[in-house]
Design a protein around this ligand. Structure first.
Ligand code: ARG
Length: 373
């Protein structure tokens, strides 16, 4: 028996399964299952308060959604490609749970404001996690810097010896870069903490909804001012991806130096075995794999940013299906930057600094133009 989709009212033919598979996003947007349930809970509570739904219907829907939330936490939910995306999957599961009254949940709402709400909730939740790991990295940097206030090393310009500097001073330069990253992610909250709910498909709804209420229930600062903007805006995702790209660029610069400095020629630092790998055929090797991997992952985060910028660049207002492509990049960026920052913090904490070697590299090289050739 083919599944009846919420949008299939005027359709006579059910879709081809290959086409349906291509159009489906459940493979990746199930990442936002929790956000979808929370968004729906806020929406139905608002429908109840405004008496758009009867208390009886609303309470049934609330209980059903809470049950789904519990199942998601404990055993996971069975999603299917036939139900296309997370929104229709949750609605189908809610219908199984409480019967046809589930359909009333979508009153005064469209998947367009629903998906935007889920994404805002998702990014809103990630921002404090990113800021937290960055602050941990800053703590490791400042701790290492304190231990090395008096460690003298060559400062470079053009990768040539320039002037002697303190290694602590050098480390604090990175501390400052990560401080700006923290501030950028803090600012990111401003454009993320806005509720699209109530914009419906693009032009709002004639139901007497209370957008302020659903916004408050979800912990957002305010509802969007313009309904078309509410469903078409992905700036908050692009801001996250830009911030993530700048952060990765900082990590990558630090990695680059760590990689050089671990080499036999420099030998300024030695990474803990935990963050290095060896070679069976070349036993002298201790490869700074983790630093190389973070440097490598920088490329994929730039790709996530460029992907979404390109997806968005030609889109007319308001929602277009192209925007379904907005999710995998942000999920990927979150899953890349958080572990990268954590690994960097661990690498800094456990690395050994060859202080004497650093200082030795400054001897006889700043005032005289002689080199051994
Ligand atoms: N799966 C869709 C997405 O991620 C949800 C919104 C669908 N809206 C629509 N009008 N087809 O963007």
């Amino acid at each position: 028996m083919p599944i009846k989709r919420m949008w299939s009212g005027r359709f006579e033919k059910t879709g081809d399964s290959f086409v349906n598979q291509f159009g489906a996003s459940i493979g990746f947007d199930q990442e936002m299952a929790k956000e979808d349930i929370y968004g729906s809970l806020a929406h139905v509570k608002m429908l109840k308060a405004t008496k758009i739904l009867s208390a009886k219907d609303a309470d049934q829907i609330i209980a059903g959604l809470e049950q789904l939330d519990h199942r998601l936490e404990t055993e996971g939910l069975p999603f299917s490609v036939e139900n296309e995306d997370i929104h229709m999957n949750i609605e189908a599961l809610l219908t199984e749970e409480i019967g046809p009254v589930a359909g009333k949940l979508h009153t005064g709402r469209s998947r367009n404001d629903q998906v935007a709400t889920d994404l805002h909730l998702y990014v809103n939740e990630q921002l404090p996690k990113v800021i937290e790991v960055l602050k941990q990295l800053q703590i490791e940097l400042v701790t290492k810097a304190e231990e090395n206030v008096e460690t003298i090393m060559p400062g470079y310009t053009h990768m040539q010896h320039a002037q002697p500097i303190s290694y602590g001073h050098y480390l604090m330069a990175y501390f400052q870069m990560f401080q700006r990253d923290v501030e950028r992610f803090e600012f990111n909250k401003k454009h993320t903490s806005i509720s699209p709910l109530g914009a419906a498909a693009l032009a709002g709804t004639t139901f007497p909804i209370d957008r302020q209420m659903s916004s408050n229930l979800l912990g957002f600062n305010k509802p969007y001012d313009n309904s078309l903007d509410a469903v078409a805006d992905r700036d908050f995702v692009l801001e996250f991806l830009s911030n993530a790209s700048i952060l990765m660029m900082h990590l990558s610069r630090l990695c680059e130096e760590i990689i050089y400095w671990c080499s036999y020629e420099f030998n300024y630092i030695e990474l803990s075995d935990k963050y290095s790998t060896g070679s069976s055929i070349m036993p002298q090797k201790k490869n700074p794999d983790m630093a190389e991997l973070i440097r490598g992952k920088t490329g994929r985060v730039y790709g996530d940013l460029l992907g979404l910028l390109t997806t968005m660049k030609g889109l007319p207002l308001a929602y277009n299906k192209d925007m379904q492509e907005d999710k995998e990049g942000i999920f990927d960026a979150v899953k890349t930057i958080i572990p990268s920052v954590k690994i960097m913090a661990g690498m800094i904490k456990t690395m050994h600094v060859h202080k004497a070697r650093m200082e030795h590299a400054t001897h006889n090289d700043f005032f005289e133009c002689h080199r051994v050739s």
